[in-house]
Design a protein around this ligand. Sequence first.
Ligand code: COA
Ligand code: MG
Length: 305
Amino acid sequence: MQTQEKPKRLRRCQLSVPGSSPKMMAKAAGLGVDFVFLDLEDAVAPSEKRPARAKIVEALNTLDWGRTTRCVRINDLTTEYAYEDIIEVVEGARENLDVIMLPKAMSASDVQFVDKLLSMMEKKLGLRKRIGIDVLVEEVEAMMRVEEIAASTPRLECLIFGMGDYSASQGVSIRDIGGPTGYPGDVWHYQRHKMTIACRANRIDAVDGPYGNFNNPEGYAEECRRAMILGMVGKWAIHPSQVEIAQQRFSPLSAEVEQARNMVKAYDEALAQGLGAVQYEGKMIDIASVRVVRNLLARADLIGM
Ligand code: COA
Ligand code: MG
């Protein structure tokens, strides 16, 4: 059994970068994004999937990624590619890789397969750090079993709601991935809530998937806001222009951080006087209010605010 502490990583933005494009990978390394995933799956044509592995290894080993978390999205476990994706990328990049992303997971055992393969490789290669796993929830089967998936292995760090494939899987009519559907209210309210609850119960991150219309920054920012309110920690970007928007939307404002710190202080002072609930700026606060703002303060600490 793995007993290691999970690393705390920023995932305000996870940028998807086609692993077949050395040019885009070089650009991604300089963007200051929290997290990139170099893709072997849908952004790469079948004829390019095998050559892309070596390009990804080269990019991981030679580019300066700064503080960016480096992830590779492999092909799903029904393909002929997935196991060799892991083997070639992990053997090639070793400690220059932080996380493997598994798409189209169907059940906890899919995640456990990747976990076991990584354990074998870490032993064989003598890796000094544990490679994390992020999993895409983008099939109706995965949504039905999201609680088992979220609890599948201690190596799991994050679930991502992938609304593109999910729309196809459920039969939802969409015009563009992650964009407006004409459905009254938020078409993803149930799925985002359900997945985020499973993540929080297992102390892992919940992240929202892509927004294909990268020429609509207002629409993208609104989707970030909705995801953030529900407890998700970040959103995918598919284009460099989305990175700053997500990183800003998923960061608390400095005024909010200051207000939160003041509230905790006021609460502590009340406690010292033997009071559990007090009036603060015209409203009631108690331990529940403090728990809520501690989430915000934990995010601020991780960002270094
Ligand atoms: N990562 C890194 N760089 C990217 C990028 C990405 N995801 N998307 C675009 N760029 C670069 C382009 O190469 C271009 O660089 P340059 O100015 O140095 O020439 C610059 O950003 C501006 O790109 P732009 O001309 O606006 O778009 P494009 O036509 O080159 O690319 C897409 C548009 C949609 C093809 C591209 O954004 C893309 O491939 N996105 C990722 C798709 C993906 O990963 N899908 C699977 C997950 S949903
Ligand atoms: Mg997908």
